[in-house]
Structures are given as C-alpha cells and as structure tokens.
Design a protein around this ligand. Structure first.
Ligand SMILES: [Zn+2]
Ligand SMILES: [Zn+2]
Length: 350
C-alpha cells in the first residue's frame, strides 16, 4: 500500500515529505487511515539523535488515531470503519511472562516500537504516525471510544498512558495526595487523570505563574519549588509524586516531600540524572522509581477512563507541513499543550 508522510533523514535537516509503502496485510493485520497524529517529545529526541543514531529515513509518531480501512482474514476484533488508535508499540513476543500479564512494554524479548525498529517478521524498519496510513497487527490496535473527540484523543496513547500507569501501579484513589512536577504534555494529563481518580493534586513548579491553568484542570494549586518556606511546610505530605521534567535535574528538592514509604516516579527524563541525596530516602523508606508507558490492556483502560470522565489532552491542531515549526517551539521549552497533526490535510502528492 502506497502512503506518504513526513520523515527525517538526519538530525541536521528538516522533516520532509516521504513516499513509501506499507506492508501487504498479514492475516492478523489491520490497515488504518490515519486522521490525527500527536507530536510527542520523544519524536523530537529521536530525530535529533539524542537517543543515539537512528535509521534513516525515519517517520516518527506514536500517538495515532484513525479509521480501519481493511482487515486481514484472521482479524476478529475490528472491522472496516471502526475508529481506532495505535500507541508506542506495534508488536512483542506475545509469549513471555510480561506479555502474558499484559505488560508488553517490558517484553523479555523487547517490544517493537511504533517507529525506528525492525519488524519481527520482515526485518523492515517500522515507520510511525506522521503519515496517512499504517498497518498494525490487531493485538496492538486500540479502540477509540465514541465519547472521545477524535481530534484530541491521540495524545492519550502516549502522554495519557505514561501518566495513568503509575497512578494505577501505586493505587491512587479517593483522597490520595499526588504531586505532579511540571505542567507540560505529560503533566497536564497526570493532573486530570489523578483528579478524576479522586486524588488531591498539587502541581510542583518553579513559580505560581500557571496556577490558574493548573486549577482549571483539577489541581488544588501550585507549590512553588523556589519558595523554601512552602516547601518545608509541605514535607512528608505526598503519597506519590509524578516527575515529568524532561531534562536532567536533581530530585533531592522533591524527595523530602514524600510521606514515609511514598514514591517519586520518573516518567520524563530518559537518560542521566543529577546525583541525589539518599538521606531523605533512608530516613523515610522513600523511593525513587521509573515507569514506561503501559501495556495494551491498560492503554485501552486509559482511553475508556478518559471517555468516561470527559478528559481530553489540551491540543493544538496543526497541518502536517507545520511540523518543523512545531518542533522549533518544542525545542525552546515545555509547552502546556500537545501539537496534533491533522493527517488528512496532507496531499497524496505532497
Ligand atoms: Zn511519546
Ligand atoms: Zn514478550
């Protein structure tokens, strides 16, 4: 199947239109016309080569929403016309313990990311959602509930599941005290999801500048990390802190805020962190942990949860040819919304 998208050929060049083929349908494959594609910070890191050399050309994008246009003969859960999504993974071994209990992201044999890795059968490099079509095995296709606005659903597939999964892992519910560091793409999803679970949510930020915005999406308020008195007063007052800061930083500022046995979970920075003090951890059996997206089953759960609670990521819809401008803005700093490309705006002969 012929398709077109935006690809990166090297870290120093802009994204350009790229014409390529999607594989012929295997028996368990679903072919999807992509309607919307979210722009994630990981896409930018990947094309910039921040995580090492990448295949070239590479079509990023792992927040994909579209419609089924064809199914293989063995597909049983989807039919032509269904509204569906694809997140950060497109395959895994399906046989190991992790796959069996629905955590394909930790597959013992390595999951296959949506772009930039060899397909398990053909060895072809997977290409992501900055394109008009994608072909994915049905086990990795998600259903987009009718109640969600299609144009704003895509970021749930990465930003949503990345923050939902730790909230579930650490059993957040009615009355839990949750801190969210940073109010960017991940942070604003974390606030909405935790608030909908009944938690009391506080945003941790350098200043109170975004307080109104934080309150509007369900936070109690902002705790300014530069306000020493306020930080001291908040010692031992959180059950879970979700750290969405996407760059190297020191967690020692935040660990004393955790209650005994509580956890600070890192979901933003993938890479080195500043050295941190163990004293607050030892003195309160506090933990610093990490978390990676979530399994297919839980990704479906967060989509359904968002539909049920009318939660949508804050999105700005752009045309695919604006991708380079979007990357430029993201490069400059954390933005409190997600860019989502309307892929149907891309001409077939672009
Ligand atoms: Zn992502
Ligand atoms: Zn596996």
């Amino acid at each position: 199947m012929k398709t077109v998208g935006y690809a990166s050929y090297s870290p120093d060049t802009e994204m350009v239109p790229y014409h390529f083929e999607r594989r012929a349908l295997r028996a368990n494959d679903v072919a999807i016309e992509i309607l919307y594609s979210g722009v994630c910070h990981s896409d930018l890191h990947t094309v910039n080569g921040d995580w090492g050399p990448q295949p070239s050309p590479i079509v990023p994008g792992h927040e994909i929403v579209g419609r089924v246009i064809e199914v293989g003969p063995k597909v049983s859960n989807y039919k032509v016309g269904d509204q569906v999504g694809v997140g950060c993974m497109v395959d895994s071994c399906q046989e190991c313990d992790q796959c069996h209990h629905g955590e394909e992201q930790f597959c013992r044999h390595g999951m296959t990311p949506t772009y930039g890795a060899p397909d398990r059968i053909s060895g072809e490099i997977t290409q992501g959602g900055y394109s008009k079509h994608i072909v994915v095995r049905e086990e990795f296709v998600l259903r987009i509930p009718e109640a969600l606005d299609l144009s704003r659903a895509a970021p749930i597939l990465c930003a949503g599941i990345t923050t939902f999964s730790p909230l579930r892992t650490w059993n957040i519910g009615e009355g839990s005290r949750v801190g969210v560091i940073g109010l960017g793409g991940l942070g604003h999803m974390a606030v909405q999801l935790a608030a909908a679970m009944g938690a009391e949510v506080t945003v941790l930020s350098r200043s109170k500048q975004k307080e109104e915005e934080a309150k509007k999406i369900g936070a109690k308020g902002i705790l300014a990390s530069t306000d020493e008195d306020a930080m001291n007063a908040a010692a031992s007052s959180f059950d879970l802190i979700i750290d969405t800061v996407p760059v190297e930083h020191d967690v020692t500022l935040y660990t004393p805020l955790l209650d005994v046995d509580a956890t600070l979970v890192i979901v933003g920075q993938v890479g080195p962190m500043k050295e941190f003090m163990t004293v607050p951890m030892i003195m309160g059996r506090r933990r610093v942990a990490g978390s990676l997206i979530g399994g297919v089953k839980q990704t479906q759960e967060v989509l359904d949860f968002c539909a049920e609670h009318n939660i949508h990521p804050i999105c700005e819809i752009i045309r695919p040819e604006q991708i380079n401008e979007a990357f430029e803005v993201m490069e400059k700093g954390d933005i409190a919304h997600r860019y989502v490309m309307k892929m149907t705006d891309m001409a077939d002969d672009a």
